[in-house]
Ligand binder design. Structure first.
Ligand SMILES: [Zn+2]
Length: 121
């Protein structure tokens, strides 16, 4: 798993598509803060996985946190690409309210619901 990219890449400067400047700033900042705290959690997860008393729970947490870090990094790349805020499935605008609640969101609510239905195990 990719803990190598622990440092946040340089923040893209462009305003987000369909967003006002203050909204862009707020979402970028939310991503940065979420990523910073996640990196801290991952470091703790890794330590606890090494401690065999916690192995099973910790591995599940490690997997979940790694996945979230991956999503945040993907969102960060979409800012650079100029596609952040657009649904990766249908291209619709995701909207500030949803992104505010979940800044790494890649899909609009409809596509996310469909995705979860399709891939639920
Ligand atoms: Zn969609």
């Amino acid at each position: 798993m990719g803990l190598t990219s622990i440092n946040l890449p340089a923040p893209p400067q462009a305003n987000l598509i369909h967003m006002k400047p203050w909204q862009s700033d707020q979402l970028r900042r939310a991503l940065e803060l979420r990523r910073a705290s996640l990196v801290g959690e991952l470091e703790r997860d890794v330590e606890r996985v090494r401690d065999e008393r916690f192995t099973e729970v910790s591995q599940a947490e490690l997997a979940r946190d790694s996945e979230e870090l991956r999503e945040i990094d993907a969102a960060w790349r979409r800012i650079g690409d100029g596609t952040y805020g657009l649904c990766t499935d249908c291209g619709a605008e995701i909207g500030f309210e949803r992104l505010h609640a979940e800044p790494e969101a890649a899909r609009c609510i409809d596509c996310q619901a469909r995705h979860e239905k399709t891939y639920r195990t």
